[in-house]
Design a protein around this ligand. Sequence first.
Ligand code: ATP
Ligand code: MG
Length: 273
Amino acid sequence: MSAIPALRASNLHRRFGDITALSDIYFDIPKGQVVSLVGPSGCGKSTLLRALLWLDPPDEGFVEVGGRFLGRELVGQGVVRHQSAAQVDRIRPKIGMVYQQLNLWPHMTVAENVVRPQMVVAGKPKTQALETANRLFDRLKISELAERRPAEISGGQKQRVAIARALAMEPDIMLFDEPTSALDPELVGDVLQLLRDFAENGMTMLVVTHELAFARDVASRLLFMDKGRIIADGSPRDVISSRANKRVSDFFDTVSAFHPSFRKSDPQKEIST
Ligand SMILES: Nc1ncnc2c1ncn2[C@@H]1O[C@H](COP(=O)(O)OP(=O)(O)OP(=O)(O)O)[C@@H](O)[C@H]1O
Ligand SMILES: [Mg+2]
């Protein structure tokens, strides 16, 4: 018997008019796996994350978090049931999401941004929510910012607050949508190091990224999307060095022109393994 995956997507489809944003999406993410999601602009990465959270429900298909359906359930032989909004709200916090635009509440302090959702969404008592927030602030090195408002902290600091807010809900899996793309170059390394630490601590993560060093060196699996489909799924090295799919090799050819360190393959390694 196989273990229950942290996240399962089955048969996801999503259309916007004539555009097929998601088609035939299937994958399981086992607990503790770090997966990067890579693909050209407009291929459907953000749509997929929003579908997984049931914020923008797919037209077809199922999402399961820790073995529980989210949004739409298969209750019997082909019988589909739609969950109530209250049910969705109960299950959704099992997935933590860090949005590219971060979505911090500007009128609240950093501490309130992290404490309030724990009380409102997870029903935690304030003392416990504060304790969790302080532990995360310590871990993310933002304790001294607790009483400031988002407008009074830097982009990199905001990123950490958004991560603390998501982690405070103790999710089974964390989704990140291009966590470094809004940051100044000198802050990118900081956030990547943070994600690397999370990975080493066994956190299950799905990370949309253009940071190919992360995709190659930190993630243990790479999903490559094109035109709404996952067209490659494997170890980063295998996917990157694969010549099997022209779309994938064209993408990495373009990228490696900008990132000279990002080589498609290492011939010596290939011979020795
Ligand atoms: N709400 C919407 N209405 C209509 N079309 C949409 C909507 N959201 C996304 N799309 C279209 O769906 C496709 C996938 O968009 P998506 O934002 O998921 O791409 P992406 O891979 O995240 O791109 P990027 O790397 O630029 O962030 C695009 O063609 C986009 O224009
Ligand atoms: Mg996107």
